[in-house]
Design a protein around this ligand. Structure first.
Ligand code: AMP
Ligand code: MN
Ligand code: MN
Ligand code: MN
Length: 277
């Protein structure tokens, strides 16, 4: 029972646990290692690492970045990088600035559609963390504009909604290169969440492998055994590493628990050993 979790969010992005709470919870769940992979920020890592040291868990630096390919968005995890790298810092700063602009524009769109939310309200809610659509959803529900997260995303926050604006992303080459410059590895996150069939997933993986991708997240909360085994075979076929994690968001995704996902997730520690090779 040497389990780990290499995909988690703290309240520096859209999770509800502080890095300290997250790492302490990892200890409660008897995990041997945890990566915090917040969207577009590495601010929670220092605290996470310090607490991990106290409780005796291995801590892995992580981040989740969006990449754009032909106007579609995919997610890339950076793992095991050096936090103090200028190129990474600059990239994150730009991404955060893009987000702020986009979020302000979305607030204006909501107002135009007679939905009264203020940017300040999002800031109050997020308390200095990265503001994502998950925060919009929380606010809209709180103000009675939607009943549930699902309903809220369908109606207001998905790409075909009037009130949605796509975020600016960097291209895949630049993101992979920046992770490499920081001595980290790049992992294509949750390949089954992009509404692609298996041959399209393979195409995407090949495209990314050709520009330096290191691995794929074969083990993931929502993967069934067939999906996991398809991705394991892909990684074998293209000489890619395998990563795994739950995508824990605390109470923002209450069905997903740390380390175990929807209940059956199992990321053994040898996954981490191989990622280090
Ligand atoms: P953003 O990065 O601002 O575009 O927001 C993306 C975040 O919104 C994701 O990381 C999820 O936490 C959340 N999200 C996206 N789609 C959904 C959905 N259909 N249901 C619930 N949360 C979602
Ligand atoms: Mn998220
Ligand atoms: Mn993601
Ligand atoms: Mn994630």
């Amino acid at each position: 029972m040497n389990k780990i979790d290499l995909h988690t969010h703290s309240n520096y992005s859209d999770g509800t646990f502080s890095p300290k709470e997250l790492v302490e919870y990892a200890k409660v769940k008897k995990l041997k290692a945890i990566a915090i992979t917040d969207h577009d920020t590495i601010k929670g890592l220092e605290e996470g690492e310090a607490v991990a040291k106290e409780v005796g868990i291995e801590f892995i630096n992580g981040v989740e970045l969006s990449i754009g390919i032909n106007s579609k968005e995919y997610h890339m995890l950076g793992l095991m990088f050096d936090r103090n790298t200028k190129d990474l810092e600059n990239m994150l700063k730009t991404l955060q600035e893009h987000r702020i602009e986009r979020n302000k524009e979305m607030v204006m769109l909501f107002k135009k559609n007679n939905i009264n939310i203020e940017y300040q309200e999002l800031q109050d809610l997020s308390q200095g963390s990265i503001i994502t659509r998950a925060h919009f959803s929380q606010l809209l529900i709180k103000k009675g504009y939607a009943k549930s997260t699902k309903h809220c995303f369908e109606r207001y926050l998905s790409p075909n909604s009037k009130t949605y604006i796509k975020r600016n992303t960097f291209n895949a080459e630049h993101v992979i290169e920046t992770i490499h410059k920081a001595q980290g590895i790049s992992i294509l996150a949750h390949p089954y969440r992009y509404k692609l069939n298996t041959s399209e997933i393979e195409e995407l993986v090949v495209k990314l492998k050709n520009i330096g991708l290191d691995g794929i997240e074969a083990i993931y909360s929502s993967h069934n055994p067939n999906e996991e085994s398809f991705l394991r075979n892909l990684s074998y076929k293209y000489n890619l590493k395998i990563s795994g994690g739950s995508d824990f968001h605390g109470l923002n995704k209450p069905d997903i628990d740390l380390g175990v996902g929807f209940g059956k997730l199992n990321v053994p520690i040898d996954i981490l050993e191989k990622l280090k090779l």
